[in-house]
Unconditional design. Structure first.
Length: 263
């Protein structure tokens, strides 16, 4: 029976020792950067898809609907494998390594980031659309009566107000994005979980190492949950104190019980 190796567990859990290993240090940096870039691109794609879905031009609606339908209806793992290996085998795009100064970005990281962004865009499209549709249609009509074009009205009137509706689910999507980057391990992208799997290939202590890895993801999502709460509070998005989801509720999915006589 295998005894739990506490020395290995603490070595790869404690940042002071774990981050001395380039696989973990670089993997952690890559995970954070990929999450930020993929989420930003996903928001942009989601905005374009949402506007396309709401367009009066049928081809735009059809294209947006097809994009959302396909990427919400198929597994991200399949999409990532198809993008990286499929495009490479057909030589549509081989994902060559990019060299930016001293930084080398592997093709796997590029493909993984792109797959995450495209997939996220399909989900963000519905979030953005719901945010836009939450704004009274009379505000768009009023903006047009003042001589604004559709684009100007969206930029100056609708989207700033819709942001308050979009921010909470957007924050949740980014929280999920940081965890989902672990899927990139299947294409050997050098993110955090890939680093731990490479160390495990030498030590073969998956229980100790993968528990340690899980705590790194837990730390990232906990920190982001706190940041998200501060952002929402600054936007005035929170409700009365007795209905506000605090950090505990964010992390554990628990919501305060309704008061007696409530709906």
């Amino acid at each position: 029976m295998h005894a739990f190796d506490w020395a290995v567990f603490w070595h790869y859990l404690w940042p002071g020792t774990a981050l001395q290993n380039p696989l973990i240090r670089n993997g952690l940096i890559t995970t954070i950067l990929v999450s930020i870039i993929a989420q930003a691109l996903g928001v942009l794609l989601g905005l374009l898809a949402a506007l396309g879905k709401m367009s009066k031009f049928p081809p735009f609606r059809l294209l947006a609907d097809a994009y959302i339908w396909y990427f919400r209806g198929t597994p991200l793992l399949v999409q990532m494998m198809l993008l990286f290996f499929g495009l490479g085998v057909t030589h549509i795009y081989d994902f060559p390594a990019l060299v930016i100064g001293p930084v080398v970005i592997s093709g796997a990281i590029q493909a993984g980031t792109l797959a995450l962004a495209i997939n996220e865009g399909a989900y963000m499209a519905e979030i953005v659309r719901a945010g836009i549709e939450s704004i009274d249609i009379g505000q768009m009509e009023a903006a047009k009566s003042l001589g604004m074009t559709f684009g100007q009205a969206m930029q100056r009137i609708i989207l700033p107000q819709a942001t308050k509706v979009i921010i909470p689910p957007l924050g949740n999507e980014f929280n999920n994005m940081m965890k989902t980057t672990s899927i990139m391990q299947v294409i050997s992208a050098g993110e955090l979980f890939y680093g731990f799997t490479q160390i495990n290939a030498n030590l073969f202590l998956p229980f100790e190492l993968f528990i340690a890895a899980s705590f790194y993801y837990l730390a990232m999502t906990t920190i982001w949950s706190y940041i998200q709460g501060r952002i929402e509070a600054s936007l005035g998005e929170r409700k009365a104190a007795h209905t506000q989801p605090g950090l505990f509720q964010r992390m554990f999915g628990a919501m305060p019980a309704p008061h007696a006589g409530g709906h």
